[in-house]
Design a protein around this ligand. Structure first.
Ligand SMILES: Nc1ncnc2c1ncn2[C@@H]1O[C@H](COP(=O)(O)OP(=O)(O)OP(=O)(O)O)[C@@H](O)[C@H]1O
Length: 371
């Protein structure tokens, strides 16, 4: 569901803001350093409980402020609100959904499904498997309701097994207990992931085909341990080597999404631009599958689109966003580049971030065309 109101205070260089974004395409323009990315960052924190560029949340608090407070209202009936507050001198992150305090980031993620497309996101193909696992689990989390329970039980069992391995004690009875739990929930995670990948593949292939023709490209899920063997046996037999290493070497915590072109790793053969299109197709396909399976839309945060895609691919990318009925926040230095890419029937809201001599950024609505 789209965000219909944003109220931010104490976020980087941005002055306190209270804006009503459009339900579909929101274009944010402004000079370098004006605060465009900071706006996307604030929305990202609302939905994910963390920044996409600061390791620690206090870094996003305006230099002379005590706290950052972010508030969003979603156009559900009745409206859903999300509130986040982080004080500089407290380590706790206060999170509220519809006025109720929540403890788990998963509650935010569930409330506001979002995908980020920025220069870092384009490293999804070349980066470590953890990024691709996160991508995979985002999809599974939103469409498979028992995923979070299975994931939490699996993580708990993994933590206990790793602790026993590290302490170096030959406590086989305890290991048996946690390995049993680990195998049970690990197998469940694998089933859910495999089912999701099966549904995702055709959507991804269709989306990619719409962006660029790449017939030899294959996406393959690997579960993290030998396909021919039971997880329980793998864990049992690996006890000695796992003890030496001090952690569990095989299992769903090592799963990956392999992306290959004509049997070679895609990163080795694709140009930077082609990699960007593959990642764009992955991200768009996530939102399309979410829409198809749950009827919910995914919010897209897209940082500096003109810099990332050429004119033709930019236009095709925007057509997908239009078709998907999703809400998107797209930044660029110059709004002219993005303003004419949309059909007359698509509601487009435009904002400009103006910054003063001291560097403070002010978000202003500059135009709006709705159908
Ligand atoms: N904690 C902070 N408090 C105040 N200002 C900050 C803080 N952190 C960063 N800034 C400043 O905020 C400004 C906005 O940065 P931001 O990355 O959002 O700009 P941008 O419009 O996306 O720029 P670009 O087009 O160059 O990517 C920068 O000038 C930066 O120095």
């Amino acid at each position: 569901m789209p965000i219909e109101r944003l109220v931010f205070q104490g976020l980087r260089n941005l002055q306190a803001l209270d804006v009503s974004p459009g339900p579909r395409i929101n274009l944010i323009s402004g000079a370098n350093g004006s605060g465009k990315t900071s706006l996307l960052e604030g929305i990202h924190i609302l939905g994910m409980g963390r920044s996409f560029r600061a390791r620690r949340l206090p870094q996003v608090i305006t230099h002379d402020a005590d706290a950052v407070t972010l508030h969003g209202r979603l156009s559900t009936d009745p409206p859903t609100t999300i509130g986040i507050r982080r004080q500089r001198d407290h380590s706790d992150l206060l999170m509220k959904v519809s006025g109720e305090k929540v403890e788990r980031i998963a509650d935010l993620v569930e409330t506001l499904p979002m995908q980020l497309i920025n220069p870092d996101a384009f490293r999804l193909l070349e980066g470590p498997p953890a990024g691709r696992r996160e991508f995979l689990d985002w999809g599974v989390f939103h469409v498979k309701h028992d995923f979070i329970g299975a994931w939490q039980r699996f993580r708990r069992a993994l933590k206990h097994r790793n602790a026993l391995l590290r302490h170096g004690r030959m406590d086989d009875a305890s290991l048996n207990v946690w390995e049993h739990e680990l195998a049970q929930w690990g197998n469940r995670l694998d089933e859910l992931r495999a089912e999701w990948v099966e549904a995702f593949l055709p959507v991804f292939e269709e989306t990619l085909e719409g962006l660029i023709s790449m017939p030899g490209l294959r996406l393959r899920y690997s579960r993290g341990w030998d396909r021919q063997r039971e997880l329980a046996d793998v864990l049992h037999q690996a006890r000695d080597t796992d003890r030496q290493m001090g952690f569990t070497q095989q299992g769903p915590q090592r799963a990956d999404l392999g992306i290959r072109l004509n049997k070679r790793p895609a990163v080795e053969v694709l140009s930077r631009g082609q990699q960007k299109l593959v990642v764009s197709a992955l991200k768009l396909a996530q939102g399309r599958l979410l829409e198809r399976t749950t009827g919910r839309t995914c919010l897209y945060l897209i940082d500096d689109l003109p810099a990332e895609l050429d004119r033709t691919h930019r236009a095709v990318f925007c057509q997908w966003l239009e078709r998907m009925q999703c809400q998107a926040f797209i930044t660029s230095v110059d709004h002219e580049v993005l303003a004419n890419l949309w059909q007359d029937t698509t509601p487009v809201a435009m904002f400009h971030v103006k910054h003063d001599a001291e560097g403070a950024g002010q978000l202003q609505a500059i135009d709006r065309q709705t159908s």
